[in-house]
Design a protein around this ligand. Structure first.
Ligand SMILES: Nc1ncnc2c1ncn2[C@@H]1O[C@H](COP(=O)(O)OP(=O)(O)O)[C@@H](O)[C@H]1O
Ligand SMILES: [Mg+2]
Length: 277
């Protein structure tokens, strides 16, 4: 477990939504409640427009909720001021939809960005930044792209840089917004393998929002084995399998919450249709 993950394991629940409502012109989150415990993997399945990205933004206070409560790392952030939010947010790594890299910065500077701009835990010395950026890029097997610009990379490589940037501070919670959207199936599986590897190497809690059921299957059924340097079926060693909970969102409401077996056994027509895709 990373130092960050350990700190939070002691602190309790990583994220809690308590009857959260959020509207633009229409209601986008409708009485959303759930809790994420340390080290847990949470897979949120939902069709386009069901409110997945809005949920993640509300989780870190980028969007304010209209009713209910959001508690992040034990802190009620529902009405927290921006300057205090910045400190709480430093505990969260985010892979934004489409990667969200800065086009004008090199790959190395993109990955360094959270270290240099979330210095609430104290300034990180330059050589330490360099060391951690290199390590994060090595983790996603892109060390050689350090001095390139995002535009020079393929879509899958950009997504991997986004993962390196999300985890470079070793946060106890990592949010992945549609990590496989727009990628071919083989690249998508590579990305999911990296996300599972990160989870199993660091013990951080992860929230993955996606419309692809296979993404959730990888998280639930595989774990990273460092000796083999790849994923192995979690069933080979059930005691070490991380807890994976699924939620299904439909038009801003959570219509299912439970483990993979109960998801696959669901008789709800909407849920069933989703799992079969
Ligand atoms: N900033 C915004 N202003 C107005 N409507 C928004 C905004 N962000 C999202 N929405 C609407 O909220 C709904 C959910 O969006 P989103 O969370 O992005 O869906 P998805 O599940 O595809 O990630 C959509 O109908 C979207 O149009
Ligand atoms: Mg989205």
């Amino acid at each position: 477990m990373s130092a960050g993950a350990e700190r939070v394991a002691q602190a309790g629940t990583v994220l809690e939504f308590d009857r959260v409502d959020l509207s633009f012109d229409v209601k986008v989150l409708d009485q959303v409640s759930f809790r994420v415990e340390p080290g847990e993997t949470r897979v949120i399945l939902g069709a386009a427009g069901s409110g997945k990205s809005v949920l993640l933004k509300a989780a870190i206070g980028l969007l304010r909720v209209d009713a209910g409560r959001v508690v992040l790392m034990g802190q009620d952030i529902t009405r927290l001021e921006e300057k205090d939010l910045v400190a709480v947010r430093a505990n969260v790594g985010v892979l934004f939809q489409e990667g969200g890299l800065f086009d004008s910065l090199t790959v190395g500077d993109n990955v360094a960005y959270p270290l240099e701009n979330q210095q609430v835990r104290g300034a990180v010395p330059a050589e330490e930044v360099q060391r951690r950026v290199t390590e994060a890029l090595r983790f996603v097997e892109l060390e050689q792209t350090m001095d390139q610009y995002p535009a020079e990379l393929s879509g899958g490589m950009r997504r991997r840089v986004g993962i390196a940037r999300a985890v470079v501070t070793e946060p106890p919670l990592v949010l992945y917004d549609s990590p496989t959207a727009g990628l071919d199936p083989i690249t998508a599986n590579t990305i999911m393998a990296l996300i599972a590897k990160e989870r199993d190497a660091k013990g951080a809690a992860s929230i993955i929002v996606t419309h692809r059921y296979q993404d959730g299957q990888i998280m639930a059924d595989f774990r990273y084995n460092s000796e083999r340097g790849g994923l192995i079926p979690a069933a080979a060693d059930p005691s070490s399998a991380p807890r994976t909970i699924f939620m299904v969102m439909r038009e801003g409401r959570i219509v299912f919450e439970g483990d993979k077996a109960s998801l696959e056994a669901s008789r709800d027509a909407y849920v069933r249709n989703f799992v079969r895709r």
